[in-house]
Design a protein around this ligand. Structure first.
Ligand SMILES: *Cc1c(COP(=O)(O)O)cnc(C)c1O
Length: 234
């Protein structure tokens, strides 16, 4: 067993324990594989992991190509520029970071006809941070109402990246708010079932508040190498 495989097995157990304690089903473990090699992904896949999240398009496409023989589900979780939508619509199963109508329209138009609809989460700027991407909670109902009409997209739920909080009990605040946003949309009949929330440092609070997908990088693969100029590609 590699270290990653060991971390994966232990994390699955931990997710199960936390979910049981919260009286909720265990969330999907999405392995965030940005900056990791195809070999590291292959090792995790051998341990049973099927879902991988990537932030940088070109890096992801290179890895997908090297891993074509594996039945993996690919999630795009990074910021989306307009000129990247065609490749994202073509090469991914899920996108977690849709935050404006124009990007959703392009993904809808560009999703190839032979593929099932693209599974979409809307990224919400849950702490109203000036520098963060994501739709503001106030603008979310209008965006959701537009996306749910798009036939080549399947609106599944909401995603957030909260600002870091020191105190463990405070970490619940943004996740409870995201769940509340989804409940409000569902009261309008949207039928959403996915909350993409929780990363290595805050997964416990996220699961307590009803996360259905945790996005885990560091706790699986170890610390990421420091950012280089190459990593800023998208
Ligand atoms: C990098 C990243 C993660 C994983 O973060 P870790 O702290 O390494 O678990 C999750 N979600 C998004 C959107 C990311 O960019």
């Amino acid at each position: 067993m590699t270290h990653c495989q060991e971390h994966y097995a232990r994390l699955l157990t931990r997710l199960g324990t936390l979910a049981t304690a919260a009286g909720r089903p265990a969330p999907l473990l999405l392995a965030v594989s940005k900056t990791r090699t195809p070999e590291e992904i292959r090792a995790l896949a051998a341990a049973g992991c099927r879902d991988f999240g990537e932030n940088y398009l070109q890096e992801a496409l290179d890895k997908q190509d090297a891993l074509r023989d594996l039945p993996l589900t690919w999630h795009f979780i990074g910021p989306i520029q307009s000129n990247k939508t065609r490749a994202i619509a073509t090469h991914f199963d899920w996108v977690h970071s849709v935050d404006r109508v124009r990007i959703a329209q392009r993904l809808n138009e560009q999703r190839p006809a032979h593929l099932p609809p693209l599974q979409v989460c809307l990224q919400v700027n849950i702490d109203d941070e000036a520098t963060k991407s994501g739709v503001l909670a106030d603008d979310l109902p209008a965006l959701a109402a537009a996306v749910v009409q798009m036939p080549r997209l399947c609106l599944r739920g909401l995603m957030c990246i909260p600002e870091p909080r020191e105190a463990p009990q405070d970490r619940h605040i943004p996740f409870a708010k995201l769940r509340y946003c989804m409940e409000n949309l569902n009261a309008l009949g949207l039928g959403l079932d996915s909350l993409s929330m929780g990363m290595s440092d805050d997964l416990e609070a996220a699961i307590a508040e009803g996360s259905t997908i945790v996005r885990i990088g560091t706790a699986l693969f170890g610390a990421r190498p420091p950012k280089t100029s190459q990593d800023t590609r998208s």
